[in-house]
Ligand binder design. Sequence first.
Ligand code: GDP
Ligand code: MG
Length: 833
Amino acid sequence: MDVLEKEKLKPGKLSDLKPGLKAIVYKIEGSPLFKKRISELGFIYGTEVKVIKKAPLQNPLEYEILGYRISLRKEDAAKIKIVSHKVANLLPKTNPGASITNASRTKASDISSKKINVALIGNPNTGKTTLFNHASGSREKVGNYAGVTIDVSNGKYKYKDFVFNIADLPGIYALTEYSPEELYVRQHLLQSDTDVIINIADASNLERNLYLTMQLADMNYKVVLALNMYDELELKNWTIDCKKLSALLGIPVIPTMADKGKGIEDLFKTVLEQHQGKSNQLQLKSVHYGDEIEKSIGTISQNIDQNPEFKQYHSSRFLSVRFLEGDEELLKQFIKEKTHHEISSILSQELGRLENILPDDPDTFMIQRRYAFIQDTISQCVNKNIHPVSKKWNWDRAFTHPIWGIPIFILFIWLSFEATFNLGAYPMDWIDSGISALSDGLKQILNDGPFKDLLIDGIIGGIGGVIIFLPNILILFCCLSIMEDTGYMARAAFIMDRLMSKIGLHGKAFIPLIMGFGCNVPAMMSTRTIENRRDRLKTLFMIPFMSCSARLPVYILFIGAFFSQHQSSILLAVYSIGILMALGVGIFFNKSTVVINRVPFIMELPPYRIPTLKNTAIHIWQKASQYLRKMGTTILYASIIIWALGYFPQDVNYSKDYTTLISNAENNTALSEQTKADLILELELSKAEEHLEKSYIGQLGHWMSPILYPLGFDWKMGVSIITGMAAKEIVVSSMGVLYHADLEADENSVSLIEKIKNRTYKDGPRAGEKIFSPLIVFSFMIFILIYFPCVAVIAALKKEAGWFRAISTAVFTTMAAWFVSLYIYHVGSFLMG
Ligand code: GDP
Ligand code: MG
């Protein structure tokens, strides 16, 4: 094989190739897993690769292969050996694997049924979810980067009197055992009752997309190929001969534009025909892997077919191919079965035989055959008219600029915060005055009594305090969503990879972390795109420190009241402390664990796309409805409970006889009207305050005060911290309830901000001092940032990482919050004298 050695030529490393240059892939070195993954993405013998650029921090690098962009680290690129075009011409060519037709393979399903189960399978970011949403009227999240969909979502599409049950699955590049998503999709295909697969491909990138199709062809499913994003193909002035492609692959091919809804009806009509076996007698074709491998496949398949235990799995050809490719996971599944060793022994016998005959490992060889077949097919039916690209401003140059890339990223985040505050201030005022008007109105109408108190102080005070932040949260979400939809987020991961690598993580892990700013729960679920378990766990532990939007109301409330000068900077500081904490956790885990089997950082860089209004609207709508639902459930219940705990017991032992004191004051003729009113107000306030202190919630707060005293927090802050464990917005609604009750007698209903600002300690060692100072407020915000994330996050963490890790996180974050707040409070007090 090694022609180069004969010619005394040495292949170079891809990592040494300068940006702008092209070369031909010669060989892949490194671990078997790396070899397999990188080959599946198209880095195989004979393919051209171009270096696009280096990231601002010199690493990773962006490459173009098979017409798409991918990011690789230098260390990984060094394992890819390349030769020049001139040398490549001396090398022997791989011959395209002729396709074989495998008759009578399609799985038997009830073709007369009116219910058809359809699975959407395709590479990441090809528009599967967009198509799913359009067809089923769902509103699942889409985004312009890999790994948005992490679970299966189900929806329905009706056509005539047929119902299609559609399953939207995570995007995958291949059906191997490389990432949790691949395992997930494969399991779905092996065990669900899918009737027809819709294989969605990016029409302008068939070279890579058809790889998965070739693997599907080894299974015995009926497949329809949707060429999505056909608009982008047309824009490039390329054409595809769909009829010919269909004939060559042996499956129907339908062009679609999922975001505009074009071609979808046609697609499902074809699915139906395919299901009923009417589709012009097309027969799915598999790649012919060469006589020797086909012989092995035959032997193993025969054995699998003879075993009734494996009936539950759909295709013996698929299993045989996977076994020959060394699929550990599938083998492990079979080890559990009784008859496994028969198959294992046949397998090792076949592998031994192939080793002697084949020039390469069987898996590398098979990957090459698939790509050879694809290239042959594409050369026959895709026409890429090279047309002069109109000179457009190259955004990417700025976004990934060596010097400006990172500052631009920070600027974007800062601008999002500015918008959150400044644009958000207007609707916030409107909602605020609306709530005040409502509560004043109700005060007039309703008779005094517990119901009135519950409604005004409990429900309106609690929910009203939180709901006014809805606009701010939506604005922040809108900004994040635009960054995702344009494809900028993937670039952010690209430019941050070098920094992330310092804590032993991928740039890819950066996306879940940024998503954590929206909500920690989906962020935790999106860590499933991280292949390596260790990296995944590390990212999971870091996410709670990324300040989610539920914590935003707390910051806005306090920053608005105490730091009106530098709002965005203070907010940036709070978020930065969270990020530093997360980095600390990352570094700690990096030091404490040995890095074994480092997984290569491979990430696709999708083309920039203009975000559609629909997607952005879907994101915002989802967030808004989620927030409102939370208002109507968790926050409503919590507000009522907090109110009740503060309202009862009604008959407390007051230290003074307020009733007599008040009536004395009323009857005191020596006082002027004004002084009398002031005195009565003062007495009523003290009474309310004392009642609250002696209520159940006050008792709880006082019980906690020894822990909180060193941090400078009063007992009401302590109560808010406890209640905020359910959801962090409740910190604000608790304060709404607790401080509202205080000033019940206050004539001018000032907002919560004003009330909080002017509170002083009535008695105790700090009597007369203001409860809130900028320093205490800052330390309180940091406490809220760091402590116990919230019940939903702990539940998500439990699901992803188990009970032990979830509980450890809950304990650790709370302790960390206490120490950091203590530090801020004491160092701050010291510095301020
Ligand atoms: P998935 O990862 O396969 O589920 O892909 P998504 O549905 O999340 O979509 C990825 C991106 O492609 C989104 O930004 C979509 O707006 C965009 N998109 C989807 N379908 C089309 C299409 O037909 N044409 C164009 N131009 N963009 C599309
Ligand atoms: Mg998706």
